[in-house]
Design a protein around this ligand. Sequence first.
Ligand SMILES: [Cu+2]
Length: 208
Amino acid sequence: MYVSAAAALLALLPPLALSHGLITTPPSRPAGPSLVANCGAGVNTAITQDNTSYVEQLPRLAAADKAYNPAKCNLWLCKGLQFADNPAANIQTWRAGQTVPLKIWLRIPHEGIANVSVVDTKSNAVVGEMLKVWDRGYAPGKSEKDVPLAQREFSVTVPEGLEQKCAVAGDCVLQWWWFGTGAKQTYESCVDFAIAATSGYKERAFTS
Ligand SMILES: [Cu+2]
């Protein structure tokens, strides 16, 4: 949306009207006290008012905040949302080869590109291949119903080879990333998980 229009909407409408998107299934990382401590109250307020809004507004808010600690708050990974704020009940346990259904809430589309990947949270590097890629045409139209269902509800397969790197929850995230190329707005939403070692994994290793 245009900046002037956004400012007008901010004044007139409840925060949800500015929503854009996030992962709703499995539950994604929420705001909480660790976000305040590491990213600052301004970032926390922006995210709690609209947990689906874009990243580009956050660095300015963070920079103005004494609490902002760039070593602990990477706004370009999960919007700076913190593992410590995610309740234990939200942490997924996955096994290699498992199919994970995802649901995305795309309240306001902005056509662009998107992907889903596993990210190493210490190095902020994608681990292995992207699990899902849309290199054009993601989230077209004016309202959520204009967006193809396959872009809002889809599955990814948990890759093999994460058993060590992602054995401990918090070391990796599943991140959905979307950039509206016209709007120039980035959206990120993260699911926390741990990979369980399976007996099946060992058997396959011996027989292959
Ligand atoms: Cu927008």
